[in-house]
Design a protein around this ligand. Structure first.
Ligand code: BEZ
Ligand code: FE2
Length: 407
């Protein structure tokens, strides 16, 4: 048993002062140190530095580790030139990305306080790293392929990758999951099969969705920048689906839709009515010229969202605190002291609920995934703790995953 003591603890009821958390693999209780020592006299007591805050480990729901080699190869600024540059550079980027590089990025995420991540995997090449990293990983095997001719072959390859991720030892903390690449790139027949598979095995399910204006235009009108793209690469001149048909494919099983920047209020309301959720990637959206996700609309509609870094293919770091700071800037109209706690909640309890994980909250019975943020000075009120944590944190001070001290 361990007892972690700090000036503040972030609980589902908000920040509590001068308390401590008792835990082994799971959290036992939050109480005063005095009371906890009476119940657990043998426990190891860990005292944190002044102005420290205990948070549940943060959850980055969407990252592409396979693209960790990108620094300046891909073209940022606008979605279609970026996608063209991905196709032109994909093989070289994948080749220069080895296990050492991917493990380094897992370590970077860990130091920023990410104890769980959702790995979107195109080829399965990061499975070994995901098994070995101390973090909890939801391993999203991605299905892609709009051309009916190759669909069965691509689905077969996808099934093999799903099976490999289902065979990871329990101690690796890997959960097998399904990702659909996007509405424009997956044929409806294999889309249906993949959704049915996720439902059958109760696997988390995710999809990129309405990231760019070009995507919306292509799916609704069969026009715009995607027309030339599909003619060039796939000899196709019409989309394989439309927005309504695509959304209906997920009607009976909740999914986590990444981006949704270009979704209308009606489309977002529809997703909410079916129990879905959104992964919000502020820096990726800005760097690819996709616009700003109206998170205030998500709030109004009661549509849950998580915060995610996406990959280094559309970002400059995989730090969750860098992402939070970017979100504060992108959503410049939002009051800082309202937005900051929303981002923290989105990346802890909401993300855990979305991914079906028993972590993300500091309360009895939850997995003891905990991180400690140490503020540089005394906050003037509890209402400011979330904001100061986001503004001042580059690295966390302590990390526990399932009760085990990682740093
Ligand atoms: C497709 O299979 O349609 C596709 C693959 C990669 C990017 C875009 C589309
Ligand atoms: Fe992505």
């Amino acid at each position: 048993m361990k007892i972690l003591v700090a000036d503040y603890i972030y609980t589902p009821e908000g920040f509590v002062e001068y308390q401590a958390v008792a835990f082994d693999e799971t959290i036992k209780t939050v109480d005063s140190l005095e009371n906890l020592l009476q119940t657990y006299p043998e426990a190891e007591v860990v005292r944190t530095a002044p102005h420290s805050v205990i948070y549940p480990g943060f959850i980055n729901t969407h990252v592409h580790l396979e693209f960790s080699a990108n620094r300046t190869s891909l073209e940022y600024g606008s979605f279609m030139p970026w996608l063209d540059s991905v196709i032109a550079n994909r093989d070289e980027l994948m080749q220069s990305c080895d296990n050492t590089m991917m493990q380094q990025e897992c370590d970077n995420m860990l130091r920023s306080g990410i104890t769980t991540f959702g790995a979107i995997s195109s080829f399965g090449t990061e499975l070994e790293v995901c098994e070995q990293t101390p973090q909890r990983v939801v391993f999203f095997n991605e299905l892609i392929g709009s051309n009916a001719q190759y669909a069965d072959m691509l689905y077969g390859d996808f099934l093999e990758r799903v099976k490999a991720s289902q065979s990871c030892p329990k101690k690796s903390k890997v959960t097998a999951a399904v990702a659909i690449h996007s509405p424009y790139s997956v044929h409806p027949v294999i889309l249906q099969k993949a959704v049915a598979l996720a439902k059958q095995h109760s696997m988390p399910l995710s999809s990129h969705f309405l990231e760019s204006q070009a995507e919306h235009e292509w799916l609704e009108k069969g026009e715009g920048e995607f027309k030339a793209f599909f003619e060039k690469y796939f000899n196709a001149s019409t989309p394989v689906t439309n927005i309504e048909e695509f959304m209906h494919a997920f009607d009976t099983y909740p999914a986590h839709f990444t981006h949704a920047v270009q979704a209308t209020r009606e489309e977002l309301a529809y997703l909410q009515s079916k129990g879905h959720s959104i992964a919000h990637c502020p820096r990726s959206n800005r760097y690819l010229g996709c616009g700003r996700l109206a998170i205030e609309t998500l709030k109004e509609l009661d549509l849950p969202y998580s915060v995610a870094t996406d990959g280094l293919s559309s970002n400059d770091s995989l730090s969750i605190f860098d992402e939070f700071r970017a979100a504060l800037m992108l959503h410049h109209q939002a009051p800082l002291n309202t937005l900051a706690p929303q981002l923290i909640k989105a990346s802890t309890q909401d993300a855990a609920e979305i991914l079906g994980l028993n972590c993300g909250r500091i309360e009895a019975g939850r997995l003891a995934d905990l991180v400690v943020v140490t503020l540089p000075d005394l906050p003037q009120s509890k209402e400011e703790i979330a904001l100061w944590s986001i503004i001042h944190t580059k690295e966390v001070a302590h990390i526990y995953i399932e009760g085990e001290q990682i740093a």
